[in-house]
Design a protein around this ligand. Structure first.
Ligand SMILES: [Zn+2]
Length: 511
């Protein structure tokens, strides 16, 4: 059936080719240059809502919006009828054999231009993000004085990068200690022009006041729900937008109200903290956990689990030996990842096989909770929290998607988490995260089918067998952000050059 239809199209294509109509003057899209119109031809579309792939389409983009999607069958019929044509545009991308998706939304990331005080080119992170197909980033903690101007420059097209949504740390530079101080801080942040606020390590009364004030001012709140005074029940009660990571969820379902820690446990010691986090899911009572998840759904509290950022805890060697480190790991990041109690997340000092075994079990219970949460109607979004614990920007988000597959989610739902669900968490479901007419032109053109293999989304691609030969395939060919096309391989080459220069500089310093 499908074959017959394809043959039928091929016949029409021949007919089109042999017609006397002059070929429209088209130029291939240019890296970093927006034209008044851009057409993506022959696109198989995964639209980001969890519905099946469809197409092919010719997608017309005018300036920064998707303005029309022409199903090719209709375009052809119109030509045969003598009254239509396939759309023309100032530039074009041929997506034949490729898949077009909404740009990915990294719902938990950090804008970083340094690690442990050592400078790192801002471009390094921005370019890997784009090369990984990320067109929006929810930055949940960075330097507001730098990030807001950066956000504006990117929005104006002066710097290549994803859209930034800045959610600064609520507790920096000082911790608001009273409800009155909490309200004042929320007001100050609103004036500074933030998009939302990130909370963690917060007392209950301060949390209640800050969330009340944030609601009044229309600011969204992301809660890194640690093992602390508050847990998921407080997020449910006070109306947090999203729980980041996970701890506060099982912590809300522990029968005794507190985890069974050893007597010498000190949560400030990160080796302790991460070791016993590996025991937390097993201590949650399954029935209570379901109640917590159901209440989160009812209160519209979303969940951004960042599965990838804990993976080193269950398999340290895997995390340390990721193949893209060879060419793309910045020496500053490399240094930061080394075990060092001074660096957040570099806690692998005396990490044991026992720790890994507990963490493997921890993941299984976590995976089940995520599946239950979605089945009940909960919103899951995808974020990578990269720049810590051996996760590289962008690559970490693709790994996040792979881990969701391990958790048992179908690929269409996983891609929904990374696109339209991310938009929902940002409060931008009306113009971001979908391939749909009227939506902003944030799209990616992927070399391969992510429904078959999510690894095609890695900017460095993957291997496949074609015609009996091993070929290198995959990668994001084009990332279109706000109608500006960025060529994936070009971005990746630039990232490689940044790293090579940084390594040479470092080697020079050491001489
Ligand atoms: Zn984070």
């Amino acid at each position: 059936m499908l074959n017959t239809r394809l043959h039928c199209f091929a016949g029409v294509a021949l007919l089109l080719a042999s017609s006397a109509r002059p070929a429209p003057a088209q130029t291939t899209a240019q890296h970093g240059k927006r034209t008044a119109s851009l057409v993506i031809r022959n696109a198989l579309v995964i639209d980001g809502t969890g519905t099946p792939a469809s197409g092919p389409y010719d997608i017309l983009i005018e300036n920064n919006r998707i303005t029309r999607m022409y199903p090719i069958a209709d375009a052809v019929a119109a030509v045969i009828g003598g009254q239509g044509n396939r759309p023309k545009a100032d530039a074009e991308i041929d997506a034949r054999g490729k898949y077009v998706l909404p740009g990915l939304i990294n719902a938990h990331a950090h804008v970083q231009d340094e690690r442990a005080g050592v400078p790192q080119e801002q471009d390094y992170e921005l370019k890997i993000w784009l090369a990984s197909g990320i067109t929006s980033v929810r930055d949940v903690g960075s330097d507001t004085r730098k990030t807001i101007p950066l956000r504006e420059k990117i929005a104006a097209g002066e710097i290549a990068g994803p859209r930034l949504f800045h959610y600064p740390f609520f507790i920096a530079p000082t911790i608001p200690a009273t409800p009155a101080e909490a309200r004042a801080r929320v007001q100050d942040l609103k004036k500074a022009g933030v998009d939302g606020i990130k909370i963690t390590g917060i007392k209950r009364d301060v949390m209640e006041a800050m969330l009340d004030e944030a609601h009044k001012l229309g600011l969204r709140v992301a809660h890194h729900a640690a093992v602390e005074e508050t847990n998921a029940w407080d997020d449910i009660k006070f109306g947090t937008t999203s729980i980041e990571h996970w701890y506060g969820i099982p912590d809300a379902a522990i029968p005794d109200g507190v985890q069974n820690f050893p007597a010498d446990f000190n949560i400030t010691d990160e080796t302790h903290r991460f070791r016993y986090a590996g025991h937390l899911w097993r201590e949650a009572d399954p029935a209570r956990l379901k109640d917590v998840l159901a209440a989160m759904v009812k209160a519209n509290v979303a969940w951004v689990p960042t599965l990838d950022i804990y993976e080193a805890s269950r398999d340290l060697q895997r995390a340390q030996g990721q193949p893209w480190f060879t060419d793309y790991l910045h020496p500053t990041l490399e240094e930061y990842f080394k075990p060092n109690p001074m660096n957040h997340g570099s806690y692998f000092i005396g990490w044991t096989s026992v720790d890994e075994a507990f963490w493997k079990e921890n993941y299984q219970i976590w995976f089940r909770a995520l599946r239950d949460f979605e089945r009940m109607g909960g919103t899951i979004a995808a974020g990578d929290d990269a720049g810590f614990i051996y996760q590289m920007y962008g690559f970490g988000l693709i790994r996040e998607l792979e881990l969701e597959q391990e958790a048992g989610f179908p690929a269409l739902k996983i891609l929904q988490h990374a696109t339209s669900n991310g938009a929902k968490v940002l409060g931008r479901e009306d113009d971001l995260g979908r391939v749909r007419v009227g939506w902003l032109a944030d799209l990616i053109v992927v070399n391969g089918n992510p429904l078959e293999n999510l690894k095609v989304l890695y900017p460095t691609g993957t291997d496949a067998v074609k015609d009996g030969k091993i070929v290198h395939t995959g990668g994001v060919e084009w990332t279109i952000k706000d109608g500006i096309p960025y060529h994936g391989p070009t971005l990746l080459k630039e990232v490689k050059d940044i790293v090579a220069r940084a390594r040479a500089r470092r080697a020079g310093e050491k001489r």
